[in-house]
Design a protein around this ligand. Structure first.
Ligand SMILES: NC(=O)c1ccc[n+]([C@@H]2O[C@H](COP(=O)([O-])OP(=O)(O)OC[C@H]3O[C@@H](n4cnc5c(N)ncnc54)[C@H](O)[C@@H]3O)[C@@H](O)[C@H]2O)c1
Ligand SMILES: O=C(O)C[C@H](O)C(=O)O
Length: 338
C-alpha cells in the first residue's frame, strides 16, 4: 500500500487542515466485484475525498463491501446487486461513477472482440446513469474504450443529459506504462519520466509522443518502446494465459484518474492535467469525434483540451495510422446506440 499512501498523502495532509465536509462525495463503482473493481474499490476506500463508496456488480458485491467496509477510513461502503433496485441505489446522488464492468480479453483477442458483450453492458449502465445521476462525472474503463465512450455518450444524448465535460475514457494506464517502460530503458526513476500518450486505447491508436519527453532515443529504442507502449496490454493478457487482462495496474491507474477528477471537482485544486479519451476538436476535422490528449481539469470537469503540440515526423506517421482505426471504432460505438 506504499504507492497508495503516496498517491493520497497530499490529500490527507490537506484534509487535516480542512473542516468542510462539503468537500467530500459519493463514488459508485460499477463492476466492483471484478478483477479491476475490487482493488480499485480498495484504493478508493483510502481516498479522503470519498464519503460514500457504493459498490455495484451483478454478483458478489455484498461480500466485497463487507470486507472493504472494515477498513478504518471515514467513508461508508455499501454493496449493491440488481435485486431490490440495487443499481438505482448505487447511482443516486453519485458525484463520480467509475465503470470497469464487462468481460476482459483472452490471448488472441483484440479489444474490439469484446464489443459484442460489453457494448450492451455499457449502454444499459449509461441508461441507468442518465436516469439516476445525470450530473455525475463518468470514468469509462470497460473495453473497447474507443467504442464504449461513444456508446455512453450517445445513450446520455438520447436521454438529453450528455455533458461532454463529464465523460472520460480512462487512458491513464497507457501513460503509467509508458513512464515505466521508458524509465527502464533509460535507467531513470519513473517519477521523473512523463510521457504524453495521445489517440485512443488499443494497439495502433495508442500514440506515445516520445519526442516530447526531453530524452534522446535511437531509432531502435523508438521502435521497441512505441511497440511496447501500444501493445503493453497484450503482454499482461499473454502472461495471465486466459485468466484475464491487466487488473492491478489498471486499478492503480483508475484510482489515479478518479483522484484527479475528485481533486479538481471537489477538492478545489487547480492545474491538474491527465490524459483522457474525451469529446474533442483536436481531430474533429478528420471525422474523429473523440480523442485522448492531456486535459486540464477544473471544478466542472474537462476545462481545457490540450492540442498535440510539436510532434516528430515519426509521430505524425503514427497518428496517420491511428486516425482511420479510431474513426472506425467511434462510428461502431455511435451506430450501436442509434
Ligand atoms: N481502460 C483500460 O485501460 C483497461 C485496462 C484493463 C482492463 N480494461 C477493461 O475493463 C473491463 C473489466 O476487466 P476486469 O479484468 O475487471 O474483468 P472481470 O471479468 O474480472 O470483472 C468484470 C466485472 O464486471 C461485472 N459485470 C458484468 N456485467 C455487469 C453489469 N451489467 N453490471 C455491472 N457489473 C457487471 C462482472 O460480474 C465482473 O465482476 C474489461 O472490459 C477490460 O477489457 C480496461
Ligand atoms: O489489454 C487489455 O485488454 C486490457 C487493457 O486495455 C490494457 O491496456 O491492459
Amino acid at each position: 500500500m506504499l504507492a497508495t499512501s503516496r498517491l493520497f498523502s497530499s490529500i490527507a495532509a490537506k484534509r487535516a487542515f480542512s473542516t468542510s465536509a462539503a468537500n467530500l462525495s459519493k463514488v459508485a463503482v460499477l463492476g466492483a466485484a471484478g478483477g479491476i473493481g475490487q482493488p480499485l474499490s480498495l484504493l478508493l476506500k483510502e481516498n479522503p475525498h470519498v464519503t460514500h463508496l457504493a459498490l455495484y456488480d451483478i454478483v458478489n458485491t455484498p461480500g466485497v463491501a463487507a470486507d472493504i467496509g472494515h477498513i478504518n477510513t471515514n467513508s461508508k461502503v455499501t454493496g449493491h446487486v440488481p435485486e431490490k433496485d440495487g443499481l438505482k441505489a448505487a447511482l443516486e446522488d453519485a458525484h463520480l461513477v467509475v465503470i470497469p464492468a464487462g468481460v476482459p480479453r483472452k490471448p488472441g483477442m483484440t479489444r474490439d472482440d469484446l464489443f459484442n458483450t460489453n457494448a450492451s453492458i455499457v449502454r444499459d449502465l449509461a441508461a441507468a446513469a442518465a436516469k439516476h445521476c445525470p450530473n455525475a462525472h463518468f470514468l469509462i474503463i470497460s473495453n473497447p474504450v474507443n467504442s464504449t465512450v461513444p456508446i455512453f455518450a450517445e445513450t446520455l444524448k438520447k436521454a438529453g443529459v450528455f455533458n461532454p465535460k463529464r465523460l472520460y475514457g480512462v487512458t491513464t494506464l497507457d501513460v503509467v506504462r509508458a513512464s515505466r517502460f521508458v524509465a527502464e530503458v533509460k535507467n531513470l526513476d519513473p517519477k521523473d519520466v512523463k510521457v504524453t500518450v495521445v489517440g485512443g486505447h488499443s494497439g495502433v491508436t495508442i500514440v506515445p509522443l516520445l519526442s516530447q519527453t526531453g530524452l534522446e532515443f535511437t531509432k531502435e529504442e523508438l521502435d521497441s518502446l512505441t511497440h511496447r507502449i501500444q501493445f503493453g496490454g497484450d503482454e499482461v493478457v499473454q502472461a495471465k494465459n486466459g485468466t484475464g487482462s491487466a487488473t492491478l495496474s489498471m486499478a492503480y491507474a483508475g484510482a489515479r484518474m478518479a483522484n484527479s477528477v475528485l481533486e479538481a471537482t471537489v477538492g478545489g485544486k487547480k492545474g491538474i492535467v491527465e490524459p483522457s479519451f474525451v469529446k474533442s476538436d483536436v481531430f474533429a476535422k478528420d471525422g474523429v469525434e473523440y480523442f485522448s490528449t492531456n486535459i486540464e481539469l477544473g471544478p466542472e470537469g474537462v476545462e481545457k483540451i490540450n492540442k498535440l503540440g510539436e510532434i516528430s515526423d515519426y509521430e505524425k506517421d503514427l497518428i496517420s495510422k491511428a486516425i482511420p482505426e479510431l474513426k472506425k471504432n467511434i462510428v461502431k460505438g455511435n451506430n450501436f446506440v442509434q
